[in-house]
Design a binder for this molecule. Structure first.
Ligand code: GBH
Length: 446
């Protein structure tokens, strides 16, 4: 059992990096500015019924115009690092060819603005905003997209690779493949497992090719990839529940971990998928298993697996996403990664929770459930470190309430509340709590 005394930086390994994260399409807005081309999310949001509240990222948090103010807030928050993503369609509006300098300039200003404030810039190259013209040519199920991605990666690393502390190629390839091409919940909203598995393979290949391009430049930034991982627990000892857990683990985790860290796809799922498996060409898996300087892990919840798909764990607590609050899963996941794979140092690149926050009348938004979520999950990370996992950083998702994909603006994950009518940013208790952990300042009362 964990001690009840509040966490401090001393509970984490020395040099541990605390930050917070966002992504381009979720916060920037300004979708038509400075030569940005359309992405698959611009298209998807215009299709009726795709987004819960019918919204889009057209304006979002207007961060494209408010970035300096937002960086000042980060400084006040006391983070060591900030994780953001670059919009490929700002940098190459059609996904290939000449660089749109105005687009790249934005990320250069952002990077320099972070450095000027003493905050380490952690970049992600692809957080789901694929240039629409590449989707028109087949999207991730087309092998060519992997080569286009590697070219884009080189462009960014060439310009910013000595100033960025870290470059992650992909955010959550599970989401950009299976959730997008098989489950149909994310852009481009297709329902075809064969396409989804081809997409997953070409995302991984794109990662491998991008790593090769970027390594060749010899820049200072650490290079790696970010996966969403959910440890799977069987609802019972029954064989069919155990089998469901093994499938979940394969589908969510091993389909990406095994090629990246063992150079092979998991045999059990390969067999299950039968004719739908991807076309893997000679040399692909050697590229995919290239050395990473870090593995980014996004953790929100566990998978609870049973033959009866409706089964739910007894007494469980859920967030506004209907995801179970299960901090033990984060410790278990990290220990499992250490035990089962030759993983590089780990960063928790996302962790956080949505709750239906109300602005209220005070100067701070009260979000006690989110404070409790952060406290328990940070304790879970500290526990994993004590158990010998080489975990070196933690990024709260998210800095700001923002465009929550298929949920539009109906779900709030921020440390800061965003009043979308005015674009005002308002501290939440969770933001003050994180600030107190990071700076040692007392938690301010409202
Ligand atoms: C992240 O995706 C994204 O990187 C980020 O942009 C987003 O805002 C944030 O999460 C919050 O959604 O789906 O019920 O089977 C996380 C996606 C969430 C996918 C948990 C797997 C497992 C539970 N992951 N999910 S469920």
């Amino acid at each position: 059992t964990r001690s009840q005394k509040p966490l401090t930086r001393q509970d984490f390994p020395s040099g541990f990096v605390f930050g917070t994260a966002t992504s381009s399409y979720q916060i920037e807005g300004a979708v038509h500015e400075d030569g940005r081309g359309p992405s698959i999310w611009d298209t998807f949001c215009r299709e009726p019924g795709r987004i819960l509240d019918g919204s889009s990222g057209d304006v979002a948090c207007d961060h494209y115009h408010r970035w300096e103010e937002d960086l000042d807030l980060l400084k006040e928050l006391g983070v060591d690092a900030y994780r953001f993503s670059l919009a490929w369609p700002r940098i190459q509006p059609t996904g290939s060819g000449a660089v749109n300098e105005a687009g790249l300039d934005f990320y250069e200003r952002l990077t320099d603005g972070l450095l000027a404030r003493g905050i380490k810039p952690y970049a992600t190259l692809y957080h789901w905003d694929l240039p629409q013209p590449l989707q028109d040519q087949g999207g991730w199920p087309a092998r060519e997209t992997a080569y286009r991605f590697a070219e884009y990666a080189r462009i960014v690393a060439e310009r910013l690779g000595d100033r960025l502390a870290s470059i992650a190629t992909l955010n959550e390839p599970w989401c950009s493949s299976l959730l997008s091409y098989e489950l149909g919940e994310h852009a481009p909203g297709l329902r075809d497992r064969r396409l989804a598995l081809a997409a997953a393979h070409h995302l991984l290949l794109g990662h491998g090719l991008a790593m090769e391009e970027m390594r060749a430049l010899g820049k200072k930034a650490d290079l790696g990839i970010v996966l969403n991982l959910s440890p799977a627990y069987a609802a019972s000892e029954k064989a069919e529940d155990q089998a469901a857990a093994r499938f979940s683990d394969g589908y969510l985790n091993r389909w990406f971990l095994d090629p990246l860290f063992r150079g092979e796809y998991p045999a059990d799922l390969w067999e299950t998928f039968g004719e739908q498996v991807p076309d893997v060409q000679a040399g692909d898996l050697d590229l995919i298993r290239a050395k990473n300087d870090f593995l980014g892990v996004n953790y929100y919840t566990r998978a609870y697996a049973s033959a009866d798909r409706q089964a739910r764990p007894e007494g469980a607590e859920y967030t506004h996403m209907d995801w179970e609050v299960f901090p033990q899963g984060l410790t278990d996941l990290l220990v499992r990664l250490k035990d089962d794979y030759p993983v590089p140092p780990i960063l928790i690149t996302e962790n956080g929770a949505a709750y239906p926050d109300e602005r209220g009348t005070g100067s701070t938004v009260h979000d006690p459930a989110r404070v409790a979520y952060y406290a328990s999950h940070l304790a879970a990370v500290a526990e994993a470190a004590q158990k010998g996992v080489d975990v070196r950083g933690y990024f709260a998702w998210s800095m700001l309430d923002n465009f929550e994909w298929a949920w539009g603006y109906e779900r709030r994950f921020g440390l800061f509340y965003v009043d979308y009518a005015t674009q005002e940013r308002i501290w939440k208790d969770s933001g003050r709590w994180y600030q107190a952990l990071l700076t040692g300042a007392p938690v301010a009362a409202d």
